[in-house]
Design a protein around this ligand. Structure first.
Ligand SMILES: *[C@@H]1O[C@H](CO)[C@@H](O)[C@H](O)[C@H]1NC(C)=O
Ligand SMILES: *[C@@H]1O[C@H](CO)[C@@H](O)[C@H](O)[C@H]1NC(C)=O
Ligand SMILES: *[C@@H]1O[C@H](CO)[C@@H](O)[C@H](O)[C@H]1NC(C)=O
Ligand SMILES: *[C@@H]1O[C@H](CO)[C@@H](O)[C@H](O)[C@H]1NC(C)=O
Ligand SMILES: *[C@@H]1O[C@H](CO)[C@@H](O)[C@H](O)[C@H]1NC(C)=O
Ligand SMILES: *[C@@H]1O[C@H](CO)[C@@H](O)[C@H](O)[C@H]1NC(C)=O
Ligand SMILES: *[C@@H]1O[C@H](CO)[C@@H](O)[C@H](O)[C@H]1NC(C)=O
Ligand SMILES: *[C@@H]1O[C@H](CO)[C@@H](O)[C@H](O)[C@H]1NC(C)=O
Ligand SMILES: *[C@@H]1O[C@H](CO)[C@@H](O)[C@H](O)[C@H]1NC(C)=O
Length: 883
């Protein structure tokens, strides 16, 4: 290299470096482009409060604005809107709060006679119910409570307290404890299996009706309920029919016995927020307890109050307690995207995303209260640059420095967009591409868009060379195709590439499954063969994820029963404290009824006790010596189900004891399988620990440890239960397609030495709410619908959509990298339903535009702004201006 050139080069590089340093100095620090926004404001409030300083903070610093939680599930919209996975935990909290509200409302009003006083839930019932809410739903909720209003609860566990007297405050609350530092926890990692249970109505600072109490936002929603002005609006009468059985194979009566009770409000679609049965609090700091920012779903418990009084005229339905379910604020997904149809106000964080103008924002679920839970997808009419694979991720943008942000994260405009053609039959019929189209394709590929129509001689030479290459390439392709075809023919082995075809065998099977499903109806199910009432097991793919909340509702009951049957000894007394009696059948009926009433996806729910495992207390005033130790029923299977009355709008609920049927439920295969697994071998059950602190006396002077501290019980996990294959239940009760979850529960054996299998809890979820996934999947994925999406896989990939239910077409076909969406219709993907419909037309020989529903190769835009180019240019320009 000559000396001159070297000197110039060095000089040029030096200048260039100088100018770059200059450029940097003119602007601010690399991260200053991120201006503080509403997220920072909330984050400051969030981190300013800790467990140590919260007591001294004023109330307004312990609450965050209500709008920080967007898209709160509303009872009267649940059926008409799609609840996405980013709100499924909140929906479960909503349903569990309602579940407890229904349970206690029912049980108080059903067992309202004075002689039922001891059959009402006892102290341990409350504690174990709250513990089960928490232990059965990790990942969904972390706290469960029932707070009674002043003088609204009748305790039946103080032996010397008159039965018609109330106690001032009573608020048993369970929350997940951080047990990483326990002596028994040698892993030093929270196990999620330990619960603290305290009575908030006891000890110092127990007046949670007081506005100075700071952390009681749940109280003022429902209480105090003194005047009764809003009774007609906010209380609703529910009615449940129950059919009891007293001996195996017989019902006491052929009729359902009707029970009406007052419960939480039942709003119509148009009613406002005032009459919703479940209200969410704004985020508040749970000071002194879990010491976290939490959000509670609250629902009211209604009782005909006062329950025991000679002055009947004083009685009215009254909100006596509020049931709450808590979750951490940090776990609730926020939506940083701008307000839009899918992101309605109020949303405090709307518009704090950092997507650039050529992209638009889409939320990603599972981020919680953390920046970057979104991705920037190209606006309609733009495509991703070649060097970037798919959407720009929010968290990548959030950690970009200024320079990166300014040059990157932009999509490139699509040129020459088309308008969606209406039907174009000749387009479909044209089988072979004409020579002309090859030529235009070639020209499109080689000629930059901005070029003048008449190429210069130099360009012409270039073109001819490229044309030669291109022809050769075509020839090569043709040859290799021929070779491939002959190869396939000779070997007769079908090697199907997931990317290039729909699995027609699977598509046919899909069709048959849908047909079977649509053709089986309540009217004709009796005449169907037994196998026609089932779908294959792989038709229920994804159910364990999508219906996890429903499964966990059954699991909760299994946890409660396990805890109760392992720890409550019906003869125990603790001084003035009376231990719980045995479970009453009404309790379990109420539990299954509450399961069905509180969740619109649950069609039926039951508890099925094993043979001779349900023991009852002796009848009142018993004289029969056989029954002094109580009665043991051969079978007990309370089962509740929902009758959907479409015309009247309201559902009706019924419950029946399966012991009354002539066919024993213990002979059903779902029962036998569960029992076979768990009857002799309980390996794998988890141990749960509850630490109950109770009130020392009726007035709640102080909080003391319960006699058994801590309480432990062994219970199944969600994975220990089983989802059965989809079935049409043609039993005159459910009469619908359902998927059933079965989970066992365990109690002490009769010698109280070991635990044993006691029965199963079931929940039946409506199959129609299951989304199906038609997208390509691995060969081992047990999904009968995989590989049936009608995308054009050469240019598109398939993304399953949420909330499309059990029908065809619940997916999107999005353009692959290097391809672009060709139409000018504000979309950037092809909808699965359109693809399916056009495909149907195509196979029926009707005019269609299936062949046009493809992405086209992204045109290399003339200013394919490469980062390197820009930098060099900037360098050169600055160097040049300096000299
Ligand atoms: C118990 O409740 C039922 C139904 O609400 C009512 O008819 C009955 O009078 C109540 N009994 C007592 C003792 O309050
Ligand atoms: C506890 O729960 C959290 C959140 O659901 C989960 O991430 C964690 O893995 C769980 N811990 C254990 C030991 O299971
Ligand atoms: C409780 O019952 C007793 C006896 O029936 C009665 O004398 C007393 O007034 C009742 N107390 C209340 C608070 O109703
Ligand atoms: C609360 O209940 C107790 C016991 O039933 C009773 O003595 C007291 O007067 C009640 N207080 C009020 C304000 O009603
Ligand atoms: C609880 O606080 C409220 C509001 O300050 C007050 O009216 C009520 O008397 C208090 N109750 C008790 C039992 O201290
Ligand atoms: C069950 O109820 C029926 C109808 O009330 C009655 O006739 C029968 O004696 C009862 N059986 C038992 C074992 O209590
Ligand atoms: C529940 O608590 C555990 C342990 O503290 C935590 O990891 C988890 O995120 C919490 N989950 C919810 C839903 O609040
Ligand atoms: C949840 O996801 C849906 C669908 O992606 C979206 O429309 C909605 O805005 C998301 N909600 C939140 C709070 O992120
Ligand atoms: C359950 O409660 C009902 C209503 O009080 C009562 O008739 C029944 O005898 C109780 N059953 C048992 C087993 O105690």
């Amino acid at each position: 290299m000559s000396r001159l050139v070297r000197v110039t080069l060095v000089a040029f590089l030096g200048l260039c470096a100088l100018s770059l340093v200059d450029l940097a100095a003119e602007t601010d620090a690399p991260f200053s482009w991120m201006r503080p926004d509403k997220f920072d404001y909330i984050n400051d409030m969030f981190s300013a409060v800790t467990g140590e300083n919260c007591r001294s903070k004023p109330a307004e610093q312990l609450n965050l604005p209500r709008e920080t939680i967007a898209q709160i599930p509303k009872y009267n919209n649940l059926l008409s809107t799609v609840i996405y996975s980013n709100r499924s935990a909140m929906l479960h909290m909503h349903n569990m709060a309602l579940n407890r509200a229904f349970f206690y409302s029912f049980i108080y009003q059903k067992l309202n006679n004075t002689w039922d006083f001891l059959n009402q839930p006892g102290l341990q019932y409350y504690y174990m119910s709250a513990a089960a809410d928490v232990s059965a739903s990790p990942g969904f909720l972390n706290g469960s409570a029932l707070y009674f209003d002043f003088n609204c609860s009748y305790p039946n566990w103080f032996r010397t307290y008159p039965f018609n007297n109330t106690i001032p405050f009573f608020g048993p609350r369970a929350w997940r404890a951080d047990d990483y530092n326990e002596p028994t926890n040698f892993l030093r990692e929270p196990t999620n299996n330990t619960m603290d249970i305290h009575d908030y109505g006891a000890g110092r600072d127990s007046n949670y009706s007081n506005s100075a109490y700071k952390t009681n936002p749940w109280y003022s929603f429902w209480m105090p309920d003194i005047t009764g002005e809003t009774d007609s609006l906010r209380k609703f009468t529910y009615s449940v029919g129950i059919k009891y059985s007293n001996t195996t194979g017989h019902f006491i009566s052929d009729e359902f016995e009707d029970t009406s009770f007052f419960g939480p409000p039942q709003p119509s679609q148009t009613d406002g927020d005032q009459s919703l049965p479940v209200l969410f609090t704004s985020p508040y700091f749970d000071c002194g307890r879990s010491n976290k920012w939490i959000v509670s779903a609250t629902a009211p418990v209604v009782e005909y109050f006062p329950r025991y009084s000679r002055y009947i005229h004083l009685r009215r339905p009254r909100f006596v307690a509020v049931s709450t379910m808590d979750t951490e604020f940090e776990r609730i997904d926020m939506n940083q995207c701008p307000q839009a149809e899918g992101n309605p106000p109020p949303n405090y964080f709307a518009g704090t995303d950092r997507c650039k103008g050529t992209t638009m924002c889409e939320p990603i679920s599972g981020y919680g209260f953390k920046r970057g839970g979104y991705q920037c997808v190209c606006q309609p009419g733009y495509y991703y640059p070649w060097f970037h694979d798919g959407p720009f991720l929010g968290w990548e943008i959030e950690e970009a420095a200024r320079d990166e942000y300014e040059v990157g994260f932009d999509c490139i405009a699509v040129d020459e967009r088309q308008v969606i053609p209406n039907v174009m039959p000749e387009f479909v019929e044209r089988k072979k591409r004409s020579v002309l189209s090859k030529k235009t394709e070639f020209l499109e590929m080689t000629l930059p868009k901005a070029q003048s129509p008449r190429p210069s001689p130099r360009q012409k030479r270039h073109l001819v060379a490229r044309l030669k290459d291109y022809k050769e390439k075509l020839l090569r392709e043709k040859r290799s195709k021929l070779v491939a075809r002959t190869k396939r023919d000779t070997s007769r082995k079908i090697h199907r590439n997931k990317r290039d075809a729909v699995d027609e065998i699977a598509a046919n099977r899909f069709e048959n499954i849908l047909q079977r499903m649509y053709q089986t109806k309540p009217e004709n199910c009796q005449s169907k063969q037994a196998h026609e009432l089932y779908l294959p097991g792989d038709a229920g793919h994804g159910v364990e994820k999508l219906f996890e909340a429903q499964g966990r509702t059954a699991l909760r009951l299994a946890h409660f029963l396990s805890n109760f049957l392992q720890n409550v000894d019906e003869y125990e007394e603790f001084g003035n404290l009376r231990g719980d009696r045995r479970l009453n059948e009404t309790h379990i009926f109420a539990e299954v009824i509450a399961n069905v009433m509180s969740d619109f996806k649950i069609k039926g729910s039951g508890v099925f006790f094993d043979r001779y495992k349900f023991r009852m207390s002796p009848p009142v005033n018993n004289t029969d010596p056989r029954f002094t130790d109580g009665i043991t029923r051969e079978f007990f299977g309370p089962y509740a189900y929902k009758l959907e009355l479409k015309d009247e709008g309201l559902d009706y609920y019924k419950a029946i004891d399966f012991a009354g049927f002539k066919d024993y439920y213990v002979d059903a295969s779902w029962y036998r399988d569960m029992k076979a697994r768990w009857a002799t071998n309980q390996y794998g059950l988890k141990k749960f620990t509850a630490k109950p602190m109770i009130r020392s006396n009726p007035m709640g002077t102080s909080l003391i440890r319960f006699e058994y501290y801590p309480l432990t019980y062994r219970a199944p996990r969600y994975e220990d239960g089983e989802w059965l294959r989809p079935q049409f239940k043609c039993d005159g009760m459910v009469n619908d397609w359902v998927v059933t979850y079965v989970v066992p529960f365990f109690g002490k054996n009769s010698l109280k030495t070991e635990i044993e299998f006691k029965g199963v809890v079931t929940v039946e979820a409506k199959l129609d709410y299951l989304d199906i996934n038609q997208c390509p999947a691995e060969f081992h994925s047990a999904n009968s619908f995989k590989n049936t999406a009608r995308c054009h896989f050469e240019s598109q990939y398939c993304v399953p959509s949420e909330g499309k239910r059990f029908t065809r077409g619940g997916y999107k076909c999005e353009c692959r990298q290097g391809y672009e969406y060709p139409f000018n219709d504000l979309a950037w993907f092809f909808d699965g339903q359109t693809m399916e419909e056009e495909w149907r037309k195509l196979s029926a020989g009707e005019p269609n535009r299936y062949a046009t529903l493809k992405c086209r190769i992204a045109g290399a835009s003339s200013v394919a702004a490469s980062v390197v180019m820009t930098l060099i240019l900037a360098c050169a320009v600055s160097a040049w201006t300096r000299t």
